[in-house]
Design a protein around this ligand. Structure first.
Ligand code: IPE
Ligand code: IPE
Ligand code: MG
Length: 248
């Protein structure tokens, strides 16, 4: 497909809440896991497309901390699917110069999943065309809690003065320390909520919500989201006149 997005308007970091796999399967009279398998194909399509058009960071919400509460067979199936994903996508990730990273309570994942994931994270560490960040066993509140505990320990040890706790220091202690905040957040399947995703980092992100279910989310719809983003004016609390003056 033609890339007709003005390059200066491309978001640097896109984060996606990939929702609707279960409903996609249900509408076909299939088991939920089939929806997750179809979702993995959409991950491949969107990842390679994002890389192609020059997105630098793509974060995908694949499994929340709260998703551990789903029926055991679904959790098991998703964890197995992740192992298959790593094996199946290995060459695509390496051939496209994509660096894989992960955020979340990675230690909480089953050993096989963690091992597979870590092997590709390690192998792709020097790639630089795009960072693909998978949010796994991820929760925004949990992330902030862990960061607060780290900082509180330093304060208690006399290594950090409370007034030295800045917004920047908090950002540096989150799982996402090495990444800029998302410019654009996309949620599929029409739900109007954050579901514990990147609570700190989304402060000024632009939202794009579509009714399309994740397995049906193809490059055309992604392009539509990018076009919507390109037409937005990000004001960060200022007035429109101030923003126009800044840009001239
Ligand atoms: C998103 O799809 C994938 C995960 C949360 C793992 P869902 O599984 O939440 O699909 P719906 O929302 O039930 O349709
Ligand atoms: C959010 O989807 C988590 C992921 C996409 C991984 P959920 O389906 O878990 O969110 P809720 O339960 O509808 O809020
Ligand atoms: Mg859902």
């Amino acid at each position: 497909m033609e890339n007709d997005i003005a390059i200066e308007n491309l978001p640097t970091h896109v984060a996606i809440i990939m929702d609707g796999n279960g409903r996609w399967a249900k509408s076909r009279g299939e088991k939920r896991l089939l929806g997750h398998k179809a979702g993995a194909l959409a991950v491949r399509e969107i990842t390679t497309y994002a890389r192609e058009i020059g997105i630098k960071y793509l974060t995908l919400y694949a499994f929340s901390q709260q998703n551990f509460g789903r029926p055991a067979d679904e959790v098991k199936g998703l964890m197995q699917l992740l192992v298959e994903y790593v094996k199946g996508e290995w060459n695509t990730i390496m051939d496209n110069g994509i660096r894989l990273t992960a955020i979340g309570d990675i230690e909480a994942l089953p050993l096989v999943t963690r091992t597979a994931l870590n092997s590709l994270i390690k192998a792709s560490a020097k790639n630089s065309a795009m960072t693909l960040c998978l949010a796994l066993a991820y929760g925004g509140r949990e992330e902030i809690t862990v960061a607060m505990q780290k900082l509180a320990k330093k304060v208690a040890a006399g290594e950090l003065a409370p007034e030295k706790i800045t917004k920047e220091l908090i950002s540096e202690n989150l799982y996402t320390a090495a990444m800029p905040d998302p410019d654009l957040i996309i949620r599929t399947s029409g739900e109007m909520r954050i579901s514990n995703f990147l609570l700190w980092q989304l402060a000024y992100s632009e939202f794009y919500i579509t009714d399309t279910l994740w397995p049906d989310f193809h490059r055309e719809e992604f392009l539509k989201a990018l076009k919507a983003y390109a037409g937005r004016e990000r004001r960060f609390g200022l007035t429109s006149a101030q923003i126009s003056a800044e840009n001239t």
